[in-house]
Design a protein around this ligand. Structure first.
Ligand code: ADP
Ligand code: MG
Length: 271
């Protein structure tokens, strides 16, 4: 009999089904994603981890409708992206998805407040006052709102970028190595903010990271290797994540060694 606690139904905020993404042609072909299926749950903080080149950024871009797959489908909520017209896609990118980049990508000539409000200004929308206050207080930048990016620390700039991603109350926020350019103290500020946005404000967030400590702020870690999902973990701790990464690495090295043996067998004609 199924255990009731383990079969709690979760609402899916985003879904990828058998995603393939190939760059280049013939000998130059790179399979960045090689059949990725993943459900991202509403109100959860999900981490995506994996070695460099394993397809993490490609997956983020496809889920956020910033790029299109070679095959497979992506859903945001119940909407399958390939069914949308260009106009509907533009609207979805604007209203339903937030993105945080490693390099902050703030507009240098605008103040923190103007940067945060920029997506809404472009859409001709005004922020919901209560939500605006909640985001600004959560991000802890009320006394910095009039500062330009070059007058703020890296951690503060990235928190501005996070607030900008959250201000329109998107269905889901994607963050690609948001702490990659930050020292550990600034990184912790950003991670605490993201975690609080999920726990207290109910925001759904997917974050790419290669740092086990960063991953430990999340509810669930999905591991990628060579363009595939190879493992996942709930309630991660830095130690558990590090151990799992080690196991994945060892498996990859064993597989590579085995492949080498096969090649040696073919090329060497056996000893
Ligand atoms: P990660 O974010 O995990 O480091 P990426 O998703 O950036 O990995 O890349 C996955 C693979 O696809 C890598 O081999 C990378 O070199 C390749 N790749 C990514 N983007 C492009 C591109 N625009 N053109 C060609 N190859 C790409
Ligand atoms: Mg990347």
């Amino acid at each position: 009999m199924p255990d009731a606690a383990s079969t709690t139904t979760r609402t899916v905020a985003a879904r990828a089904v058998d995603l393939h993404k190939t760059y280049g042609k013939q000998e130059a072909e790179v399979r960045a994603l090689d059949g990725v299926s993943i459900d991202v749950y509403d109100g959860e903080f999900t981490a995506v981890m994996g070695p460099s080149g394993s397809g993490k950024s490609t997956l983020m871009h496809l889920l956020a409708a910033l790029d299109t797959a070679t095959s497979g489908s992506v859903y945001i909520g119940d909407t399958e992206l390939s069914r949308l017209s260009d106009k509907q896609l533009t609207k979805l990118r604007r209203d339903d998805v937030g993105f945080v980049f490693q390099a902050f990508n703030l507009v240098p000539t605008l103040t923190a407040n103007e940067n945060i409000l920029l997506p809404l200004s472009i859409a001709g929308r005004k922020p919901d006052k209560a939500w605006y206050d909640e985001v600004i207080d959560t991000v802890g930048l009320r006394d910095r709102l009039g500062h330009r990016p070059n007058e703020m620390s890296g951690g503060q700039q990235q928190r501005v970028a996070c607030a900008r991603a959250l201000i329109g109350r998107p269905t889901i926020v994607f963050a690609d190595e948001p702490t990659g350019n930050l020292d550990s103290t600034s990184g912790a500020e950003v991670l605490k903010f993201l975690q609080h946005s999920v726990r207290a404000l109910g925001q759904t967030i997917v974050m790419v990271t290669h740092d086990p400590v960063a991953a430990s702020y999340t509810d669930r870690v999905v591991f990628l290797a060579d363009g595939r999902v190879v493992d996942e973990m709930r309630d991660p701790s830095p130690e558990k994540v590090l151990e799992r990464m080690g196991a994945i690495q060892t498996r990859a090295m064993d597989a590579a060694a085995e492949a080498d043996d096969v090649t040696a067998g073919f090329e060497g004609g056996g000893a």
